[in-house]
Design a protein around this ligand. Structure first.
Ligand code: DAH
Length: 340
């Protein structure tokens, strides 16, 4: 037996290898161990190289043994490598794991603003009464449509610089949706039966006034239209809107664009009256300006304050809450809960 084969203790060799293998914590160390044993200058390679010093028979035997060990080591290293790779994959899976038992995060569903809901609701009532809804309503207007064409004289206090948002001596933010009466009369053939919802602007700011608020303008021009028709429409609209018996009164009033003018008040919980709309027979001056034969045709018109009836319906006492965007306030108006 040669020195080499005596020196080579197979069991000890594998034992050493396993000790080192067990100390390995990361994949990189595994590669170092592979190089130490199987690399070009590795232990196994050195043994095979040195086996040349042995006699042929002995060399065959020795090499068989070494090759067996080499295979075994390769196998073990490979297994360990797979073990590290699996560990790495598992770690990633764990990191990305979705815990399906966790409570989900709910999608927050908004709700329509109470003013929008109210306008839609009012529109639906008037469409049932045969009105057409005009949506292309103009908020930036010139003096003519907002005042002159509506028979509002130059000296009328409604034109006051202090009350109206003027851009210059002619252009302004409309103070009423009545401007749309003129646009519609200008463009349409008779008969006319429309409502126009929209924003209006006035320099006012307190509990019951806001610089921007909403009105719904109504206009009918036809033959045989009279004040009784107006009363019927308004009374029935309010009955449907409040879904209950409401006490209303028509109070004689004045508007430059109507003759026979009235304001409609509604009785509040505390037995006081709140004005909610203005209405009347369209002034013949307006109709004649557009060559409408006033011996045949007449008109009725009304302007409803949206915030006013909304406040009444929900018993809200500060109109400014509608535009403060306080979610606690807005969340109370979930859809389907129209009436207070
Ligand atoms: N435009 C009036 C206002 O803002 C309301 C109004 C009154 C509209 C009488 C009308 C009407 O159409 O006939 O106060």
């Amino acid at each position: 037996m040669s020195k080499l084969s005596i020196m080579f203790n197979e069991i000890q060799f594998l034992k050493d290898f396993h000790i080192q293998l067990n100390n390995i914590r990361v994949e990189k160390e595994l590669e170092d161990l592979r190089i130490k044993y199987l690399g070009k200058k590795g232990l196994i390679t050195a043994y095979i190289h040195n086996s040349r010093m042995l006699e042929l028979d002995e060399r065959k035997n020795f090499c068989r043994k070494i090759n067996k060990i080499k295979k075994e080591i390769m196998l073990i290293l490979n297994e360990k490598k797979i073990y590290f790779q699996n560990k790495y994959i598992q770690k990633n899976i764990d990191l990305q794991k979705i815990d399906i038992s966790l409570p989900g995060s709910r999608n927050k569903i908004g709700c329509m603003h109470p003013i929008t809901t109210t306008i839609y609701y009012i529109e639906s009532i008037f469409t049932q009464l045969g009105f057409e809804i005009i949506t292309d309503s103009l908020e930036i207007e010139n003096e003519y449509y907002n005042f002159s064409a509506l028979n509002i004289p130059i000296f009328h206090p409604a034109r006051d610089r202090k009350d109206t948002f003027w851009f210059n001596s002619n252009i302004l933010l409309r103070t009423q949706t009545s401007n749309m009466q003129i646009h519609v009369i200008e463009k349409r053939n008779l008969p006319i039966k429309i409502i126009v919802p929209g924003k209006v602007y006035r320099k006012d700011y307190d509990q019951t006034h806001s610089p921007m608020f909403h009105q719904i303008e109504g206009l009918i021009i036809d033959q045989n239209i009279n004040f009784a028709n107006l009363k019927w429409i308004i009374s029935n609209f309010l009955k449907i809107f409040f879904n209950e018996y409401v006490k209303i009164r028509f109070r004689s009033s004045y508007f430059p664009f109507t003759v026979l003018s009235a304001e409609v008040d509604i009785m509040r919980d505390d037995n006081t009256w709140l004005e909610i709309l203005g209405c009347g027979m369209v002034h013949p001056n307006i109709l004649q300006r557009f060559d409408i034969d006033t011996t045949k045709y007449s008109g009725i018109a009304f302007g409803i304050g949206v915030e006013r009836i909304l406040m009444l319906n929900y018993r809200i006492n500060d109109l400014r809450t509608f535009t403060r965007n306080d979610l606690r306030f807005l969340k109370q108006f979930k859809q389907g809960r129209y009436f207070a």
